[in-house]
Structures are given as C-alpha cells and as structure tokens.
Design a protein around this ligand. Structure first.
Ligand SMILES: Cc1ncc(C[n+]2csc(CCOP(=O)(O)OP(=O)(O)O)c2C)c(N)n1
Ligand SMILES: [Mg+2]
Length: 323
C-alpha cells in the first residue's frame, strides 16, 4: 500500500491529470479538424507518471526535466499553462516556443522543462549535461529524463546511463513502459523482462513502480531525487503504464491483443486516485464531476484563446537561431 500524500497534493495531482486527459482528447479532435498540423503522440492513460514526477521537481532550485514527443502531460504537470501549450500546438506566436516547436517540441524554462525531444534517446544526454552543471556548481539541483521502453534499446540510452553512473551524476532516469515502441511489443524487442533489470549492468538502483498509481510514482521518484540531490548517483525507475491510444494520431493500434486495453482501462490513474480520495473523505462524486467540468471548460477556453492568437511573423524565421 502506498503512503498517502497530503489532501492538497492529491487534489493538485488529480486536477492536473484531468487537465492532461481533456486537453489530449481536444488535441486529437483539433488534429482531425486540421486546426493543428503535423502529428501528435498522446499520453492518455499515462497521466499518473506525469503528475507523480512533476510534484518532485523544484524548478526554482534549478531542477530540470527532459522528455519526449509524448510530452504534453509532463509539460502541463510541470506547470506550463494550457494557453501557452495550445498556442504552441496551433503554431501561434503566443506558444511556449513561439509557435516554432509544435506538439513534439515543448520547452518551458520557467518550470524546468528544458526540452521535449522527437529523437528517441536524445533527452538523456541533455539531462546528464544539466546534472553535470548542477554537480560542478554544487547547486543541489537534479535533472530528470523521461523516456519510453523502446528507448532503452538505443545506444544513446546506454551511454548516458553508463556515464551518469560512473560520474555519479544527479540524474534520474524514468522509463514509461507502455508496452510498445511504435508498433512493436516490448517483449519482441527487449531481452529482459523489465527495463529496470538493465540497471544492474550500470550498478545503479533499478526500481519498478505502478505507473497508474500517481502516489506510488511520487514516492518512488522522491527517493531517487533525494539520492541524486545527495550526489549518491542516478536511479533508473520503470513505471509500468499504458497508452490508451495508438503510437501517433494516425495509428489505430490494431496490433494490440484483444482485451488488453480493457484491462488497463480498469486501472485508470484518475480513477485510482479519485477513488482513494473519496474513501478518505477528501472528495465526493459530485465534487469530482465539478472538477471534470472545470478542466473541460479550461481546455475549451484555452483552445478558443489560442485559435485567436496571431501567427508568427515571417521575420521570426530568423530569430532564435545560431549562425
Ligand atoms: C533515433 C530514432 N530512431 C527512431 C525513431 C522513430 N521512433 C519514433 S517513436 C519510436 C518508438 C519509441 O518507443 P518508446 O521509447 O517505447 O516510447 P513511446 O512512444 O512508447 O512513448 C520510434 C522508433 C526516432 N524518432 N528516433
Ligand atoms: Mg513505449
């Protein structure tokens, strides 16, 4: 049984998960309506990892996070505003990257998000760089990298985990094992039962956590963050989770065995936390309905606001580049 968090933090994490859930559903619709172009990778079902991780990040202290193209949830949980994210989705100048990044490239320095990366494995070396800075400057800051199960098969992953272990960097590696890397099942592409099993090759702790339980994720990440802050070295965390949707917006996920999705829907991270709060008399069913409505309203307001923002000027093409 997971140790309960304070009522305030539970409330915050629940609100955050609802915001992520509804914004992602809206983003999918906006893609189908051609309001957003390109592609998108939804994290619906994986929200527990986003909020459990984010609640451990202290951006004021200098903590940083890198994540992947499946990064809307992490970005919002870290504190990126709905409006800024929606504007970025729509390529508007009010977006967090002035409309030049889009769905796969969200950055928010104020909240410690130093990048979401479309290249598999690209975030880990960047996290190590931020962690090395913290180590050399003795700031006590940590850097977290979030990535998928398929990423643990990439060379950059092994190099980064190895280096972090050898140099005892204050890096925290969090794998969201959602059972698939694109259209391939985890066990068809990896020789180890768990991604966490790979930690032993680098002599660092490898911890498995239930990614559907936001509180369990919180405590597991906290232990790794505390260890990193104490300069005791990196930790590899594997959160077992599931993406309800396909890999990207064009993938109907027909390769999944029948019944698998239903099994995971029965362990929804929003339901797990809200049921616990109801049991502990911190929430009622009607308050939960109000929270759902408030999150949907906020998403709608941000969508309309973003839609009415100006496009970047052509000159913006030549800004924010190095020569
Ligand atoms: C270096 C590199 N190789 C291949 C790709 C194509 N690609 C995009 S996502 C992906 C699967 C990654 O799976 P996983 O790490 O499990 O993350 P998930 O999408 O499940 O969150 C691949 C192979 C890429 N973006 N970068
Ligand atoms: Mg995956």
């Amino acid at each position: 049984m997971t140790k309960p968090l304070s009522a305030e933090l539970r409330q915050h994490m629940l609100e955050s998960m609802l915001e992520v859930r509804y914004v992602e559903e809206r983003i999918q619709e906006l893609f189908l309506e051609n309001v957003i172009r390109g592609t998108t990778h939804l994290c619906i079902g994986q929200e527990g990892v986003s909020v459990g991780m984010a609640a451990n990040v202290d951006a004021k202290r200098g903590d940083t996070v890198t994540c992947t193209y499946r990064g809307h949830g992490h970005a919002l949980a870290l504190g990126l505003s709905l409006k800024s994210m929606m504007a970025e989705m729509m390529g508007k100048s009010a977006g967090c990257c002035k409309g030049k990044g889009g769905s796969m490239h969200l950055t928010d320095m104020e909240h410690g998000l130093i990048g979401t990366f479309a290249i598999v494995g690209a975030g880990l070396p960047v996290t190590n760089g931020a962690a090395l800075t913290a180590q050399l400057k003795k700031t006590g800051a940590v850097s977290i990298s979030i990535f998928g199960d398929g990423t643990a098969n990439i060379g950059a992953w092994h190099e980064a985990v190895n280096l972090a272990a050898v140099w005892k960097l204050p890096s925290v590696f969090i794998c969201e094992n959602n059972l698939y890397g694109e259209y391939s099942a985890y066990h068809d592409t990896a020789p180890v039962e768990n991604v966490a099993d790979r930690a032993s090759a680098y002599n660092i702790p490898g911890i498995i956590v239930d990614g559907q339980d936001a509180e369990a994720v919180y405590w597991t990440v906290k232990e790794a963050v505390d260890r990193a802050r104490a300069l005791e070295g990196p930790t590899l965390i594997e959160a077992k989770t599931y993406r309800y949707k396909g890999h990207s917006r064009s993938d109907p996920a027909a390769y999944r065995p029948e019944g698998e999705l239903d099994k995971w829907l029965a362990r929804d991270p929003i339901d797990i936390l809200s049921a616990r709060m109801i049991d502990d008399k911190q929430l009622t069913q009607s308050k939960l309905e109000q929270m759902r409505q408030a999150a949907q309203d906020a998403v709608q307001e941000a969508t309309e606001w973003a839609f009415n923002q100006p496009d970047p000027s052509l000159d913006a093409l030549f800004e924010d580049i190095w020569v």
